[in-house]
Design a protein around this ligand. Structure first.
Ligand SMILES: CC(C)(COP(=O)(O)OP(=O)(O)OC[C@H]1O[C@@H](n2cnc3c(N)ncnc32)[C@H](O)[C@@H]1OP(=O)(O)O)[C@@H](O)C(=O)NCCC(=O)NCCSC(=O)/C=C/c1ccc(O)cc1
Length: 641
């Protein structure tokens, strides 16, 4: 198509893919950029155009890109900053993504592309164009932008720029002849718009939302009839399912081996004299001890029970609160000391910073610039202040000021699952949306010294660690730029009745207190299969549990054991969850993101001839007791990469 449009009047831009051309008449001409193979190629070309425009003010501008629009958009946005706004005085826009560029170029404002415009049109992927040509009269800036809906794209690009201009003239002439009728633009009282274009709107009422685009598409196809709600709805939605497009994780630098933790904890909290509690923590902590020995020694004294303690499944954990920080805040060891302010002060800075490290990795894994993130969901149990960590994270990452932020607080261990479900909804209901999910948890807010009558604290000291996980979620991935790791096929939330008090968290003046009943593994074990049956029934997919891949939140070793047992899972099915538990402990809502990351790593190193499960399940649990279930589908792209 692009070659049909070439003319002998070409300019050497230094790139064979960037072919400008000038029509015979300098009164009606254009400049064309086609199919760049390198995303940065457009920028210097546009700058050249800027220079040309200065030397030949009569020449208009046409930019046409029929390569993958998403891939070059960032370059165009960058280029728009460099090109004088006079270069793009009169424009035809085909496709939706360029609107932000043009608005920016024309208004000489920051070139952030509005989020709704961030994606290529569903039926027009890889075909976007921007053009300009001189109208007979110089229109007011508000009249200079015409938006051509994707449906008209084919007709728009089947003509060279001056042919389009001729068409316009012919239509104007026809209109004059007919005197009445025609499609005169009453809004701007300038040239009428050809049938293959929508009439222009004032610049400040440009369609910036899929709903607006649906209205405009509809008015093109049905004359002046308004769009139906159904059409508007369809235009807002993505075509495909949401998918994980990038994952990143991060931990604080201090790492403590699980075997050393009881000594460390009782020393730094001056609790060495509490030998019973230390023995209990030592019983729970070991990475591995065959549970059969635990039964053999169960009738013996404290010491024997201690060495026979069952495995926690944890080898090491990372913590933000190190010895140095604790020395500066000795009151953190006392549950009754009013230390909430100091804890929140530290967490307000540390939690978003840790999230930013994870998010930077997720964004790099995703492969597009942070400025193209449209939504942010931030989950933590440490947030107790507004503006909250989501705002700080957005600023650390340099996200667009138009990014739509949501803060989830105190969802505990199901925060990751909840965030991912919300991200799925956002991505599937907002065409082109790219959602950054970040979960960041540091145990500092809930750290205390040992105290009699607080078994929950000893359990927490044995299990919990600090970490951040970030995921980019989006639908309709851009070919050759975005790679779907896991498609999100179905999501649900289940609350186990009568379990309000079995997992709870509460912010007090001394920090966060929590209670975790020892019934939790059994309660979960008794409910997960029902959630899974419901999920797969809803999808109409019949499967055996052992045919799936699994990303279960490793809340504790006993939870994984119970789930493995009730589902009859083979050894190794929960390997990703067990690995994350071993290397990081239970990082609350963040943990399930680490499991997804581990799962994709394991799938990527599959052995020759090994068949990997196509379908899988992610599950997370927390206060409520709440169970988040998500059915995942792994596209081929993940295998062997
Ligand atoms: C690894 C455990 C802890 C130990 O298992 P085990 O080695 O097979 O041994 P036992 O089950 O016999 O328990 C050993 C000891 O731990 C004690 N224990 C056994 N569960 C308990 C229990 N929930 N309470 C307080 N003692 C117990 C148990 O009573 C026993 O004490 P003792 O008889 O004195 O030796 C295992 O029970 C286990 O994985 N439990 C699941 C833990 C769990 O429910 N996790 C999910 C919820 S996590 C969550 O919601 C997060 C909230 C959170 C909150 C704050 C944060 O900072 C971060 C996160």
């Amino acid at each position: 198509m692009i070659h049909d449009l070439l003319s002998p009047h070409t300019l050497n831009t230094g790139d064979p893919n960037l072919v400008p051309r000038y029509p015979p008449s300098s009164q009606r001409g254009g400049f064309m950029v086609g199919a760049p193979h390198e995303r940065n190629a457009l920028c210097p070309a546009l700058q050249r155009v800027g220079g040309l425009r200065t030397h030949s003010p009569a020449w208009p501008l046409l930019l046409l890109d029929i390569s993958n629009g998403e891939a070059v958009k960032a370059s165009l946005v960058t280029a728009a900053r460099a090109v004088p706004s006079t270069v793009l005085p009169h424009c035809l826009v085909v496709g939706e993504a360029w609107l932000g560029l043009l608005l920016a170029a024309q208004r000489r404002r920051s070139c952030t592309v509005p989020p709704r415009l961030g994606g290529a049109s569903g039926n027009l992927k890889g075909a976007l164009a921007v053009g300009a040509w001189p109208p007979r009269q110089q229109p007011a800036p508000s009249e200079s932008l015409l938006w051509c809906p994707p449906a008209s794209f084919d007709s728009a690009i089947s003509f060279s720029p001056w042919e389009i201009g001729k068409r316009r003239e012919a239509e104007r002439a026809g209109e004059r002849r007919e005197e009445a009728g025609g499609r005169r633009n009453t809004e701007t009282n300038t040239a009428p718009t050809p049938a293959y274009m929508d009439p222009p709107l004032p610049l400040w009422t440009r369609p910036s939302h899929p709903t607006t685009q649906a209205r405009r598409r509809s008015s093109t196809s049905m004359g002046s009839a308004p769009a139906t709600v159904g059409e508007i709805r369809r235009a807002q939605r993505a075509d495909g399912p949401a998918a994980v497009l990038g994952i990143g994780t991060a931990n604080p630098p201090t790492c403590i081996a699980q075997d050393d933790y009881p000594d460390y904890y009782f020393r730094v909290t001056n609790g060495e004299h509490l030998t019973d509690l230390k023995a209990k923590l030592t019983r729970i902590s070991p990475l591995f001890f065959p549970s059969i020995l635990s039964h053999i020694f169960s009738g013996y004294n404290e010491e024997l029970r201690t060495i026979s303690g069952k495995k926690s499944g944890i080898r090491q954990r990372y913590m933000h609160l190190n010895e140095e920080l604790l020395a500066a805040h000795p009151d953190f060891t006392d549950r009754k000391s009013p230390s909430l302010d100091a804890r929140v002060d530290i967490a307000s800075a540390a939690v978003p910073e840790l999230a930013a490290s994870a998010a930077a990795k997720a964004i790099a894994d995703w492969g597009r610039p942070a400025s193209e993130i449209t939504h942010l969901i931030f989950s933590t149990y440490s947030g107790a202040r507004a503006p909250s960590g989501d705002r700080r994270l957005a600023s650390l990452l340099g996200l667009s000021p138009t990014v739509s932020r949501t803060m989830l607080n105190l969802h505990g261990c199901y925060g990751g699952g909840r965030s991912l479900q919300l991200a799925k909804e956002l991505a599937e209901n907002n065409r082109g949306a790219r959602v950054l999910v970040a979960c960041s948890e540091i145990t500092l807010i809930a750290f205390y010294g040992p105290e009699g009558g607080c078994p929950d604290n000893i359990l927490g000291q044995a299990l919990f660690g600090d970490g951040s996980g970030a995921v980019i979620i989006g639908a309709d991935p851009v070919t050759n730029v975005e790679r779907p790791l896991f498609e999100m096929a179905f999501a649900s939330q289940t609350t186990i009745p009568g379990t309000e008090d079995d997992i709870s968290m509460e912010i007090n003046k001394g920090g966060m207190e929590y209670h975790i009943s020892n019934k939790v593994p059994r309660l979960l074990g008794g409910t997960v299969e029902r959630c899974l049956i419901d999920a797969f029934d809803a999808l109409g997919v019949r499967t055996k549990w052992n045919e799936l891949f699994w990303a279960i939140h490793p809340g504790g070793r006993a939870i994984l054991d119970h789930i493995e047992e009730v589902l009859g899972l083979d050894d190794g099915k929960l390997a990703a969850s067990r690995h994350v538990l071993s290397e990081f402990g239970n990082m609350s809502g963040t943990t399930v993101i680490f499991v997804l990351d581990e799962l994709r790593r394991r799938r990527a190193v599959k052995k020759e001839g090994e068949a990997l499960p196509e379908w899988g399940v992610m599950m997370a649990f927390g206060p409520g007791i709440t169970i988040e279930t998500m059915v995942l589908h792994a596209p081929d792209s993940l295998d062997g990469n």
